[in-house]
Design a protein around this ligand. Sequence first.
Ligand code: 13P
Length: 287
Amino acid sequence: MLVSAKEMLNKARDGKYAVGQFNINNLEWTKSVLDVAEELRSPVILGVSEGAGKYMTGFKTVVGMVNGMLEEMNITVPVALHLDHGTFEGAQKCIRAGFSSIMFDGSHYPIAENIEKTKILVNTCDVLGISIEAEVGSIGGEEDGVVGMGECADPKECKAIADLGVTMLAAGIGNIHGKYPANWPGLSFETLEAVKKEVGDMPLVLHGGTGIPADMIKKAISLGVAKINVNTECQLSFADATRKYIEAGKDQQGKGFDPRKLLAPGAEAIKATVKEKMELFGSVGKA
Ligand code: 13P
C-alpha cells in the first residue's frame, strides 16, 4: 500500500540520512526502483513529473501500475508516490487519482500567491493524510540549451511557507536540475544553514541530485536535508546501456525484436544507479 512520505522523512531527518526520490518514466523504470528498494530494505519515493504522467497516459494509470506492482512484487518497504514540481491543477488531479504525496511548485509566483495556493493544498492534503512538498527559490536547470543558475531561497520566505504546515520544503540553495556546468560554484551551505535556522525541524528537500559531489550530499544531509531527488542520472544510465546494447548488435541476435530484451540492460543500469544513491544517502536498511 502506498504511504505518505511524512513518517519516512521525519525518521530520515532524525536518523541523519535521506530518502531518495527517483523519477519514473515507464514500467521498467518503476520495477527497477522498487526491486532495489525492497532488496536494500530502503524506504523510497517514486517521483512523477507532469510530463511523465502524461507520457504514461495519465496519473490514474500511474497509480494503477504502482499499486499493482506493490502487490504483485510483494513490496514490504514504505513507498510514496509523489508528484514532482506540480502545478496547482496538476496537484489536485494527482490527489484525486490516488497519489500519496504531492509537490506544489509555486516558486515562480510572487511569495503571497505561492503562500495562498500552497495553503489551499495543505488543507486538502491534511484531510486526506497526503504529504505535501512546497518550493521556495527556483531550482535552476537547462531550458532550450541555456543552463540557468539555481536561485538561493530567502530564509524568511521559507519560514512563511513552512508555517503553513507543509510536510517538507524544497529550498533553492544553488542546486540545478540536470548536469552541473563546469563553472558551478557548488551548493550554498550558508543558505541551507540560514533556512534550517528559520524552519526548525522541517525536513528539507534537495533537488537536482544528479552530479552533486558525495561530500556535498553528506554535508547537506547533516544540515537537515532528508529527501534527495534523482532523475537525470537514471535517464543517462538507461540511455547509455540501451545504446551500448544496440551498438553491440545484441538486439539483432536471436529474436531481435523482443522489447523485453531490448529494455533489460537499461533497467539493470537504473538498478545500479538507484543502489549507489541509496548507499550514498544512507537509507539502506532503514525500512
Ligand atoms: P536531476 O535531474 O538533476 O537528478 O534532478 C531531479 C529533480 O530534482 C527532480 O525534481
